[in-house]
Write a protein of this length. Sequence first.
Length: 402
Amino acid sequence: MPVYLWVAETKKGRKLKGELEAADERIALSQLKRRNLTVKKLKPKPKDIFENVSWLQPKVKSKDIVIFTRQFSTMIDAGLPLVQGLTILAEQSENRTFKTILKEITKDVEGGSTLAEAMKKHPKVFDELFVNLVAAGEVGGILDTILRRLADYIEKAEKLKKRIKGAMTYPLVVVGIAIIVIAVILIFVIPVFEDMFKGFGAALPAPTQLVVNMSRFIKGNFIFIFIGLAIAVVALKQYRNSKQGRKSTDALLLKVPIFGELLRKVAVARFTRTLGTMIQSGVPILDSLEIVAKTSGNVILEEIIYEVRGSIAEGQTIAEPLSETDIFPGMVVQMISVGEATGALDTMLGKIADFYDDEVDAAVEALTSMLEPLLMLFLGGSIGGLVIAMYLPIFQMAAAMG
């Protein structure tokens, strides 16, 4: 259906503008007049030549989903019908991709689908967790409450994700800059020194000769080294995407010193936060565990959660199978056991998640503090070593002249 851009005035003289869908210009004009607007300008919206090229369209970010969820919750709480609320939010969305998705959801809901069924058609934006909670909210008549909980959950999950990215990004950036500086020195600076050393007429010191040989090798085989690294990255990515590769790398990550412990704390925080939110929203425990497993982000943890689900189906508690794993600490297992016994499992899971959010914060700060001197040592040792190696012949020549 064509989209029209419009500019109009209210009865009080206030200028408004926007866009709307209509079969033709006459219908668009009548829609605006029904809203008591005096139309000043109405024209078809120019087509985006890249609208069918998906990778050129803006991605839907967590921030877009959180804003939509909170505003939608407020509208439902105020008594607005679903379709009207979705229409308003679609018009207000600044993200073109999200706007299109919301319009499609609105059409599906108008056609008789439930909100959860309409959202399920867009798994890249609304994951299984979101869809199942919305379905529970529709059945229980508490959709506004569920949406508020979802917004809180997404905000906290995104905050946790940013902490981990921050902890990983800092060392990678420093090491990356160091590698680039070393490559520039070896490719462009060392050859200048080498030409100068040829006039000395004497054998170079071992460290200097080693650096010169490295410079010759990298300069002469730069293309092959670059291609080899690219092939290695692609091969590693392909291996990571395979079932066995994902399992092996996830297991390895959990065993890496320091980083492994951090990832375990993140896994516990994510598991308890997600499961607590779903139980609190009225989703059955077995369905909750299946969704938590799929959204865990780690194959090893996913397998553990499925084992827990199987044990519960056989009549065991959640705490019993969790106590047999090496990911969940004894304190967490005991707190979950108390929550099950007292009937306040969702509250207990929320408290555990809050505690481990703080634990992740402390672990990230400790990791950053520890990495800073190690990275400085790496930078000083690598770049400083190159500089010293290149000045050794000059020092020896100065000593001989003295």
